[in-house]
Ligand binder design. Structure first.
Ligand code: A2P
Length: 268
């Protein structure tokens, strides 16, 4: 079944964009990314999320998806988990180029530059599909105007789940315009917790033991110079935020910028 075929059967709800899938890539049994056309009037800040649905019901199911594109992208990219029996992802994982995706008009979120005070080094701590908002942020020139160094950590259970992030960084290095801005200031620190020979620990453990900082050759987290964004499961957010607080970082928001921000990787 394709979204395009079912689109005719159900009207597009009022106030919702109906966009076209331009590409789909499957990484593992549980992970895939897709790109859709971008409405001409749609503006967002890198790191924000939108509500996404399929035109397959009178009242479509919508779920929050981080936009994995930087704000300048001509299309919109998303990185998704596949949940067996999940009300949206069960169908979303079957989409193909040409299918229709519904998108609510208003982007929002706290993983934005505006919610952080200026600093020297930006840590982007992610697990699983929590890397999605950071895929936009690491490709946004504004990030490199504000920070000297950007450290993207991605932790997954298994090695193959790190491929989306590896591909992201490879594309940055290969893109003439983006790589000129990014230079050598983006560090990619990818680890798996249930596979591999080295660093087989959660990011929280690598922070606590100092192994992360030793690997990177940087001093431990310091509220004077360091900022952090955190995106992952509920438990990961809680534990990583607690660690940031232990190092003296303070949570920020759009209204009240701080030294770290958090957002759940929305999955169901
Ligand atoms: P682990 O393999 O030890 O559970 P999940 O798919 O459950 O969201 O996990 C994605 C990654 O996040 C895994 O590497 C997992 O490690 C790690 N993780 C799970 N819970 C936490 C937590 N509370 N703090 C830090 N990392 C976590």
């Amino acid at each position: 079944e394709s979204g395009a075929a079912t689109a005719a059967a159900f009207p597009i709800p009022a106030g919702v964009f109906a966009e076209t899938v331009t590409s789909v890539k499957h990484y593992t049994d549980t992970l895939f990314s897709f790109r859709i056309t971008r409405p001409a009037s749609f503006r967002f800040r890198s790191g924000e999320f939108v509500m996404i649905g399929l035109p397959n019901a009178e009242k479509p199911v919508f779920r929050a998806y981080s936009i994995a594109s930087p704000s300048w992208d001509e299309e919109l990219e998303f990185f998704s988990i596949k949940v067996p029996g999940g009300p949206l992802t069960e169908h979303l994982q079957k989409i193909q180029p040409g299918d229709t995706i519904l998108m609510r008009r208003k982007p929002t979120g706290t993983l934005v530059m505006d919610a952080l005070l200026p600093g020297k080094r930006l840590y982007l701590f992610s697990t699983g599909t929590g890397i999605a908002p950071f895929a936009g942020i690491v490709r946004d020139p504004e990030t490199y105007e504000k920070f000297e160094q950007v450290i993207l950590t991605h932790t997954c259970r298994f090695d193959a789940e790190l491929d989306y992030g590896r591909e992201l960084v490879k594309k940055i290095r290969e893109d003439e315009l983006v790589s000129e801005i990014v230079g050598d200031r983006l560090v990619h620190y990818a680890t798996s917790t249930r596979e591999g020979e080295t660093r087989r620990h959660r990011i929280t453990t690598l922070i606590e033991t100092g192994e992360l900082f030793a690997d990177l050759g940087v001093p431990p987290l310091d509220p004077e110079t360091d900022r952090a964004m955190i995106c992952g499961s509920m438990a990961m957010l809680k534990d990583t935020a607690a660690l940031c607080e232990k190092f003296g970082l303070v949570e920020g928001s759009n209204a009240n910028p701080g030294t770290y921000v958090v957002e759940r990787a929305f999955v169901d």
